[in-house]
Each structure stands twice: as C-alpha cells, then as structure tokens.
Design a protein around this ligand. Structure first.
Ligand SMILES: Cc1cc2nc3c(=O)[nH]c(=O)nc-3n(C[C@H](O)[C@H](O)[C@H](O)COP(=O)(O)OP(=O)(O)OC[C@H]3O[C@@H](n4cnc5c(N)ncnc54)[C@H](O)[C@@H]3O)c2cc1C
Length: 293
C-alpha cells in the first residue's frame, strides 16, 4: 500500500474502500494516485471542542454545579474521612474529589509512579482556493498516511472540513520535543512549518500552502498511551483522570459518566481496570495526599 486516506475511526464497522477514479470522484479535494487506497468510515466525525465544553458547562450549571475558576489547585490531602483541596485562594473540604488536569497533571502522575510527557503539536489553518469545496456537507474528516518505499518522510496528516468558510485546519501528526509545562509555551523553529506546507502542497493542492493561523497545544502522554483513570490508591473518595495521550476528548462524555458513578456510587459497571491509576506503583501502596502542581 502506498498511501492511505481514511476518514473516521477504527471501530469495526463496514468501511467503504475505494481506489482510483472512484476515490477521486468521492474525494475531489485530495490528490489520490492509482496506487492509493481510501477507506471511509460512515460513523466518523468531529466535535467542535469549544462548543462541546461550553455546552457541558451550561448543562452542569443548570444541574447545580458551581464553577470557581481562575485559581490554581496545589494539593489534595486526606482530612479525616474527607479531603482538603488546597488552592492559591482557599481550602475546600469535600467528601469526593475528581482530578482532571489535562497536560497539567505531571505532579499527580509523578505521585502515581509514572512520568507524564507533555508533547506539543503545531496546529495550522490554510486558506482554500475554492472555499465552497471544503464546506460540502459530505466532506469527511480525513487522516492521510503516505509511506511509499524510498519516501524520505512518512507523511501523516489530518484535517477537517472548513469550519469558518474560508480556511481548512490541516495538521501534521508530528510532536515537538517534550516540554515541562505549557504555562510558558515553547518557542519553535519556523522550519517545522515546512513539513506540513510540503504535505499540503503534495496532497491537497486546492489549499494555499501558507498557513494564515498557527497555534500550539499539547496533551499529556503516558508511556503505555493508556490513561490513569479510577480511584487513587488509599484515597477512596478521590478519582484521578489523567494522561489521555491525545485521545481524551472523544471519550470525555463516557469517562464523565463513569467518574460520576465512581463519585456517587463508589463503583461502576464499566470495566476501567486497564486504566488503574495504581498500576505503576508498588502493590499495596496507599497514598494520603496528592500534589497537583
Ligand atoms: C493537538 C491535539 C489534538 C488532539 N486531538 C484529539 C482528538 O482528535 N480526539 C481526542 O479524543 N482527543 C484529542 N486530543 C486530546 C484531548 O484534547 C485531551 O486528551 C483532553 O482534552 C483531556 O481532557 P482533560 O479534561 O483531562 O484535560 P483538559 O481539557 O486539558 O482540562 C484540564 C483543565 O485543568 C486545568 N488545570 C490543570 N492543572 C490545574 C491546577 N493545578 N489548578 C487548576 N486548574 C488546573 C487546565 O487549565 C485545564 O483547564 C488532542 C490534543 C491535542 C493537544
């Protein structure tokens, strides 16, 4: 296989596999050579993350949640049969605590015996020559790999239909060097952009290969690419959700429901044991506190 253009996710569904003229007719935005294979997942899709988070906040508020915001949590410590969360502004006593710090979870992962690697990626938005082509209702999210023999790079890029009517988000699946934290975002060599520009020129020539917007963001990755999710050992009321290794968003609703089970019922019917937060610690380790920064 020379190159593969796939939409969606690997979920065991019946995929539609196309090549040659048929594939070119279905995906006119992409360069598809005769040796390429395309695979379409009818259940693939994408979430507008800011809208999804806002909707979740609105719904949680409606159901009685109170958002404090703009404070830094430093630690959670056992306090009798409850816990005290120490922030830079107050101490909060709670019977249950959920810790979900994204790429800021380095300290809690360290306490759980594992290193969280914060790996930044450069996100890029390219203007379209003919924007309408990228606004089609049936244009899928795409993930493209090209690994031909003799090719010096293994091209892997992903992208989305246009969200704003004139630019298209296309990102190289390349991580920059690990950073300690994203509180001070790293500087990066502008040459990093050359790779994605070359891939856009090669595979999506209907985009102008000069990004008009560039952003940097990072997720926290664990060595086995599997999150820490569940009750902290020795702290029965503390749920840890950390290290989603680039895959946390799509699972957020399901993980939130499971975390709610763990908080409200102390157990869950979903088997999440493979994400046991104690798996990197010596057996029978019991913690009394966790650093959060
Ligand atoms: C470029 C990129 C592409 C991605 N693509 C996908 C994808 O296609 N599909 C997918 O499923 N996932 C994807 N992810 C991963 C996904 O975004 C994360 O796994 C997910 O957002 C993690 O959710 P979270 O709630 O644990 O953390 P976050 O969403 O990061 O939220 C954590 C919050 O906690 C706050 N915080 C941290 N520390 C403290 C502290 N000490 N005190 C107070 N507040 C604190 C942070 O400021 C932040 O607001 C991607 C990530 C990146 C970087």
């Amino acid at each position: 296989m020379a190159s593969l253009l796939a939409a969606g996710k690997d979920n065991g569904l019946d995929y539609e596999m196309l090549r040659g003229a048929e594939a070119r007719a279905k995906y006119p935005e992409h360069v598809i050579r005769d040796r390429d294979v395309t695979i379409f997942d009818p259940e693939g899709g994408y979430l507008n993350s800011e809208k999804a988070v806002t909707a979740a906040l609105v719904e949680a508020t409606r159901l009685g949640a109170k958002f404090l915001g703009n404070r830094k949590a430093h630690s959670v410590e056992t306090y009798g049969d409850r816990y005290v969360v120490r922030t830079d502004q107050e101490e909060i006593i709670a019977s249950r605590v959920i810790i979900s710090q994204g790429n800021g979870a380095g300290a809690v992962c360290k306490e759980l015996g594992v290193h969280l690697s914060v790996l930044p990626q450069i996100l890029t938005w390219f203007p379209a020559v003919n924007p309408a082509a990228f606004c089609r209702d049936d244009m899928p999210v795409f993930l493209r790999r090209a690994e031909e023999d003799g090719r010096p790079d293994k091209a892997q890029l992903y992208g989305f239909p246009s969200a704003d009517g004139w630019t298209v988000k296309v990102v190289a699946s390349i991580f920059l060097d690990e950073v300690e934290s994203m509180e001070k975002p790293p500087t990066w060599d502008p040459q990093h952009l050359d790779t994605i520009r070359a891939w856009v020129r090669e595979f999506i020539p209907e985009l102008i290969p000069d990004p008009v917007r560039v952003a940097m963001c990072a997720d926290g990755h664990l060595p086995d690419a599997t999150a820490l999710f569940g009750t902290a050992p020795g702290m029965e009321g503390v749920i840890v959700a950390a290290g989603f290794s680039g895959h946390g968003f799509k699972m957020a609703s399901a993980l939130g429901a499971i975390a709610a089970d763990l908080v409200l019922e102390g157990t869950t019917a979903t088997d999440v044991s493979f994400m046991n937060p104690a798996r990197f610690l010596e057996q029978d380790t019991r913690l009394r506190s966790l650093a959060l920064s």
